[in-house]
Design a binder for this molecule. Structure first.
Ligand code: GTP
Ligand code: MG
Length: 192
C-alpha cells in the first residue's frame, strides 16, 4: 500500500464529536502501551501521525485520521493501565463500546497484543464485544523483535488457541517493519 497522504482529523470521546463517517474505517485497539500508535505510524510510514510514548496511557481519546483521503484509521485509547486516573478508567469501557456500536463506517478492528503476554481479561472482554457486534478482528502480535523466531511462532499458536481465532494472528514489529505487508493485506480485504 502506498501512503501518499495522512491527516489527523480530530479527537473525540462521544458520538456527537466523531467526524462524519464518510470513509470506510479501521480501528486499532489493545491494552495500554502495547504499541497501537506505533503500529499506525509504522504502516503509514509516518513518525508522528499517532502519538506514541514509553509512558502507558498516552492515548486517552478516540483519534481519527484519514489515509490517502480514501479511508480512515482510528487510534482507540488503551486499556488496563493501573495508573490512569479513575475517572478515565470508568469512561473507557462505555467510550469504546459506544464507538463500536455506533460507527456505521467501521469496517474492522485490529486487536493488538504483545507477543510475550497472554491475552488479559480486558482483551478477552473486547473479543466478546467484537463478536457480539459481529466484527471479526484482525489480531496482530506485536514487538516480535523482542523474542526469537521460534518463540514468536509458538506464541502465535498459543494465542490463536486462547482467543479461539479461526485464522492466524499476524506477527509484527514496529521496530523492524516485519508484518507490515500482512497487516495491509488484511486491512485492504476489509475495506472493499
Ligand atoms: P497507549 O497510547 O498508552 O495506549 O499506548 P500504545 O498502545 O499506543 O503504545 P505506543 O505505540 O505508544 O508504544 C508503547 C511503547 O512500546 C513505546 O515505547 C514504543 O516505542 C514501544 N513499541 C511499540 N511497538 C514496538 C515494537 O514492535 N517493538 C519494540 N521493541 N517496541 C515497540
Ligand atoms: Mg497510543
Amino acid at each position: 500500500m502506498k501512503v501518499v497522504s495522512t491527516e489527523f482529523i480530530k479527537s473525540a470521546t462521544k458520538p456527537e464529536q466523531y467526524p462524519e463517517g464518510l470513509l470506510p474505517e479501521i480501528a486499532f485497539a489493545g491494552r495500554s502501551n502495547v504499541g497501537k500508535s506505533s503500529l499506525i505510524n509504522a504502516i503509514t510510514q509516518r513518525k508522528t501521525l499517532a502519538r506514541t510514548s514509553s509512558k502507558p496511557g498516552c492515548t486517552q481519546l478516540i483519534n481519527f485520521f484519514t489515509v490517502n483521503n480514501q479511508f480512515s484509521f482510528v487510534d482507540l485509547p488503551g486499556y488496563g493501565y493501573a495508573k490512569v486516573p479513575e475517572t478515565v478508567k470508568r469512561t473507557w469501557g462505555p467510550m469504546i463500546e459506544m464507538y463500536l456500536k455506533n460507527r456505521a463506517s467501521l469496517k474492522d478492528v485490529i486487536l493488538i497484543l504483545d507477543v510475550r503476554r497472554d491475552p488479559s481479561e480486558q482483551d478477552m472482554a473486547l473479543m466478546d464485544w467484537l463478536r457480539y457486534y459481529q466484527i471479526n478482528p484482525i489480531v496482530v502480535l506485536t514487538k516480535i523483535d523482542k523474542v526469537s523466531r521460534n518463540q514468536a511462532k509458538l506464541r502465535q499458536r498459543q494465542i490463536k488457541e486462547m482467543l479461539g481465532l479461526s485464522s492466524e494472528a499476524i506477527l509484527f514489529s514496529a521496530r523492524t517493519g516485519e508484518g507490515k505487508d500482512a497487516v495491509w493485506g488484511c486491512i485492504m480485504e476489509n475495506l472493499v
